[in-house]
Write a protein of this length. Structure first.
Length: 561
């Protein structure tokens, strides 16, 4: 598919809501936004949309933006996730005003829970989780009230206090809100507010034996932080009624309650973004970790070579919608190429080499040719490219007999070597199995690129890249395809069955000496190959490069094939 970037013409619907609130008298000084991740995994491409939305709103309205970790489940949360999330946000170029944690409010949440008990709006249920779930009913069938629903206030307070003190085993009791077991909104059918967990919390350690459920902690945390506009993805729309019920039940100043508004999450073709499913990929060894370059995590995309600018351009181009849709992965690739083209040095690398011997080039002679570092940035200057009588070219750039549609090197035909000379293939030498060992060529010594002579301007039908075999440095290249073979893996019965066995292909290749100076994390364009990034790791003292994306739309190429 061809990609046309549509520039933003006006405010999105969230911005219009905020502007409408301001026109109706809401004070601009009371605006406050937040990004509230759960520290139970690393952030992914879907989170980039939420990050950009909240932090861009903060910038647009000159309002603070909090980073709040909704750390309510010590069984799944780790400090490394907290640090990884902060690193990702900073890498994207954003800074938060206040760093907050739901665990900062555990004492207040507990007091509020006791207040609901005293108001007759919460009770301790001593049934197991399966029984409670079975009593919920269905959307067309009302639920069944718990036999413990009418426990008296004092007994509930006593049991809740003992739950906090660690007097009971996990699953022995829970605290539930007393709302409406006949509500059409299943979330209002006496939801669980607290459960017993005997596990040390990464911040509060062993202070607590009861932990608030996300739905209880989330809205109250927004209220404590005086968040003006609580922005959530669409799956949280049914939760809005529950969040508001909790706030109304506690009776705060209703003018200061957060205004929850929902937007469509970012769904990307050939991709899953469920942290639970991403963790399964890691646990089962299908990928190497959260930062595997095939993963849609921010750390994985960073390791693959995507830039913060390209990710932000992608989510802003995709836009903020009210309805769910799937964004084509080709748009992400387009945004990556657009930025990488501006900033990436150009060098030559051969990934499937075949040797050429230039028979009329003096044996033992070497010279340095000149090539641009980046034609998009003249200030980047030039680089020196060594040349001799032995070079490598891509094996697919040569055919013994060429058809009418093949314009690269073939016996009896000429090509131009990038930044160098025109060569002509005269002969081939094969091994005993009939495989080509090397190609014998002749060069036109007057055709050297950049000399300004008429001969140097002579036209041939094709230009190919190459490296000097005597000076080339061996590298390892990780090439990637989509992790899944189907565009909608999240909708499959078992997404694991649709993994792409060729999602990672490792190759050994050769690069011109200039490329060896690249430091880990630096990006480069291998001419005619695509965009790559130098990995932090080396293998057997060889630099490893991860391929970010090709020079063209790979999905369009697949359709043509």
């Amino acid at each position: 598919m061809s990609i046309n970037i549509v520039l933003k013409k006006g405010p999105n619907f969230i911005e219009k809501i905020i502007e409408g609130d301001l026109k109706r008298g809401f004070s601009k000084k009371n605006l406050c936004f937040r990004f509230p991740p759960e520290p139970n995994g690393f952030l992914h491409i879907g989170h980039v949309k939420a990050i950009c939305l909240n932090f861009d709103l903060g910038e647009a309205f000159n309002a603070p933006v909090n980073l709040r970790f909704d750390d309510t489940n010590p069984t799944a949360e780790k400090k490394k996730y907290v640090e990884g999330i902060k690193e990702d946000i900073l890498w994207l170029g954003y800074k938060w005003d206040n760093e907050c944690y739901a665990s900062d409010y555990f004492d207040q949440l507990y007091l509020w829970a006791e207040e609901l008990i005293r108001k007759g709006l919460a009770y301790v249920d001593s049934q197991d989780s399966k029984t409670i779930a079975s009593q919920k009913g269905t959307p067309t069938k009302t639920g069944t009230e718990s036999p413990y629903r009418d426990r008296d206030q004092e007994q509930n307070l006593s049991l809740f206090s003992k739950m906090k003190a660690g007097a009971f085993e996990e699953g022995e009791h829970v605290l539930r809100a007393k709302i409406n077991m006949s509500s059409p909104n299943m979330l209002l059918r006496d939801p669980v507010m607290y459960r017993i967990i005997h596990k040390s919390h990464q911040r509060t350690k062993k202070k607590w034996c009861v932990y608030p459920m996300y739905d209880w902690a989330h809205g109250q945390s927004d209220f404590v932080e005086k968040i003006s506009h609580s922005l959530c993805t669409l799956e949280f729309k049914p939760h809005r009624e529950l969040y508001e019920w909790f706030l109304y039940a506690l009776g705060p100043n209703l003018d200061n309650t957060p205004k929850q508004r929902e937007f469509a999450r970012l769904n990307l073709s050939y991709t899953i973004t469920s942290k639970r499913k991403l963790k399964r990929l890691i646990d089962e060894g299908h990928v190497t970790g959260w930062d595997d370059p095939r993963m849609p995590t921010i750390s994985g995309l960073r390791k693959r070579g995507y830039t913060p600018e390209s990710l932000k351009k992608f989510v802003r181009t995709a836009g903020v919608a009210k309805r769910e849709n799937i964004i084509e992965l080709s748009l992400l690739e387009f945004c990556a190429r657009e930025h990488l083209n501006k900033i990436s040095p150009r060098i030559m690398a051969v990934l499937n080499p075949i040797k050429i011997i230039i028979e009329n080039y003096p044996e033992g002679k070497e010279e340095e040719l000149i090539g641009e570092i980046n034609p998009e940035d003249p200030s980047a200057g030039t680089r020196k490219i060594p040349f001799s009588n032995e070079i490598f070219i891509e094996r697919e750039d040569f055919k013994e007999q060429a058809g009418n549609s093949f314009f690269r090197l073939s016996l009896g035909n000429e090509v131009r070597l990038k930044n160098a000379y025109i060569i002509k293939a005269n002969d081939i030498v094969k091994d005993e199995k009939g495989k080509i060992k090397y190609i014998v060529c002749a060069y036109d010594h007057l055709s050297k690129s950049g000399t300004g002579s008429e001969e140097s301007k002579r036209k041939v039908k094709s230009t190919i890249h190459w490296v000097c075999s005597k000076k080339a440095k061996e590298i390892i290249v990780n090439q990637y395809e989509t992790l899944f073979l189907v565009p909608d893996p999240d909708k499959q019965e078992d997404f694991i069955k649709h993994l792409n066995p060729n999602s990672l292909i490792k190759k050994n290749g050769f690069i011109e000496p200039y490329g060896v100076s690249l430091k880990p994390g630096e990006r480069v364009q291998f001419q005619r190959q695509g965009y790559f990034i130098a990995d932090k790791k080396k293998q057997t003292n060889k630099t490893v490069f991860n391929k970010t994306t090709g020079l063209r739309d790979s999905f369009k190429q697949k359709k043509k094939a």
